[in-house]
Design a protein around this ligand. Structure first.
Ligand SMILES: Nc1nc2c(ncn2[C@@H]2O[C@H](COP(=O)(O)OP(=O)(O)OP(=O)(O)O)[C@@H](O)[C@H]2O)c(=O)[nH]1
Ligand SMILES: [Mg+2]
Length: 186
């Protein structure tokens, strides 16, 4: 089945975990050691995965305060990012996850949990196992990446887009088989 899909993906996580760095590495193969907090940035990138074209719309937003932005609430995919060398950032991403599932149906949302800064092994505060266990509870994939070393960054975005394609296809198939079964000639 050929598919040309728009996929709206938002990166969320505590300030400083590396969301903009991940976007920079994925989209421009560029990493900067300086830190400039982001208000809101939007990007568009067309990618091809297994002969399927996906128009990827990426939002890099500040997720703070009590209210969740429209951008987050309207996303089809959420990339939950924490920093493996900062336990507080892991706690924060879990808090954000709970806040989001309380306010929107997460069942049909493509999710991925990302532990960034895996180059900082000596300062690790969140084990790989905790990341794995959390992702299993959330029913999503988990990848540890390093924007600094360009380690598995492309994989993180493509895995997420691939999961989206898969669920879009499954939903279409479910819908069409339901329509076939539901069809009744009077
Ligand atoms: N060692 C290391 N540092 C990283 C990595 N990714 C990002 N950083 C650094 O972490 C700092 C924050 O990165 P940003 O990408 O700006 O973080 P952010 O999540 O976009 O932060 P906000 O825009 O405030 O939400 C910067 O100094 C980056 O250079 C990484 O994989 N390893
Ligand atoms: Mg940023």
């Amino acid at each position: 089945m050929s598919l040309n899909k728009d996929f709206f993906l938002t990166l969320i996580g505590q300030g400083g975990v590396g969301k903009s760095s991940l976007c920079g590495v994925f989209l421009k193969d560029r990493f900067s050691t300086s830190y400039n907090p982001t208000e809101e940035e939007f990007y568009r990138q067309t990618i091809k995965i297994q002969n399927k074209i996906v128009n990827l719309f990426i939002s890099d937003v500040k997720a703070s305060g009590d209210s969740l932005s429209e951008t987050i609430l309207k996303s089809q995919g959420l990339m939950f990012v924490y920093d493996i060398s900062n336990k507080e950032s892991y706690d924060e991403v879990c808090k954000l996850y709970r806040k989001i599932i309380d306010s929107k149906s997460c069942e049909f949302i493509t999710k991925i949990l990302i532990g960034n800064k895996c180059d900082l092994v000596d300062n690790r505060e969140v084990s790989f196992e905790i990341g794995m266990r959390t992702a299993a509870e959330w029913g999503c994939k988990f990848i540890e990446v390093s924007a600094k070393n360009n380690d598995k960054v492309i994989l993180a975005f493509t895995e997420c887009a691939f999961a989206f394609i898969k669920s879009a296809e499954e939903n279409t198939e479910t819908r069409s088989s339901f329509c076939e079964r539901a069809c009744c000639i009077l």
